[in-house]
Design a protein around this ligand. Sequence first.
Ligand SMILES: [Ca+2]
Ligand SMILES: [Ca+2]
Length: 289
Amino acid sequence: MKNSVWIWALPGLLGLAGCNKTNDPMPPEHSKWIARIVSYTPAPGQFVNSEMGTREAAESLVGGKKGCLSLGGFGGAVVFEFDHELKNIEGPDFVIFGNAFDGSSEPGVVEVSPDGERWYRLRGAADEATGSVADYEITYFRPKQVAQAEEVAWTDNRGGSGTIEALATIHPQSYWPAAAQGERTIVFRGFRLPDPAEWNGVKYVLRDLGEGYADNWSPDYTTVVGGDPDTRYGNKFDIDRAVDEAGQRVELRTVKQIRVYTAVNQQVGGTLGEVSTEICGALSLSAGR
Ligand SMILES: [Ca+2]
Ligand SMILES: [Ca+2]
């Protein structure tokens, strides 16, 4: 008897739910936080394969400010999206959180895509500064062993070479990304920014490079947008600053995916190691619009 009552009730409930949906004039509720990590492709680095450098760490960026992800040396990247397409609204359109503080900026370049295929860089304040290179390419070479920390050699397309140093006493794990275990080399291309680290006579200071980059202690880092306190301690980005490879402005009304990559290639002395961008979540400013 219970069964027959249930069978009778079910279509009625479904009908009611369907009716509500059709008549509901409100748009669906969207989350302002990251909804999905599309890819995580770190470059070698001291945090890679450790707490801040795994696929699990990447997943911690979903749904709020719950953890941080290290992208490793130059070129290491993460791509993510929201449960809605970001609208290009008046002023800033999204916020990317980092772990920057005064004297500790590790700038990452931000790119946006309207479809997950075409990508456009968002211009930043140091793009034309001395030391910026628009078409930088780096090749990392897998070290002899990848069981534990060992320096990783690199060369670039400007005749440069160097290493990601092994800081084995504090970061003993291998710095070669686990997902590239079978690869002899890893190549990244992108926009290189000037070296942020400078010795001030007492210690290294990782200066900020001005607005327009992630994990960067520029004036926008501590501002609050739209009265939402969650927007503090993150860099603010405006889709209006999108440019193509030739540096020409591109007009985008919506954005489907966002990519952030480490845009500096600098090895700092002491226990600082390589400069590597961290991101600790992101927030859409058009979730409720
Ligand atoms: Ca905008
Ligand atoms: Ca950082």
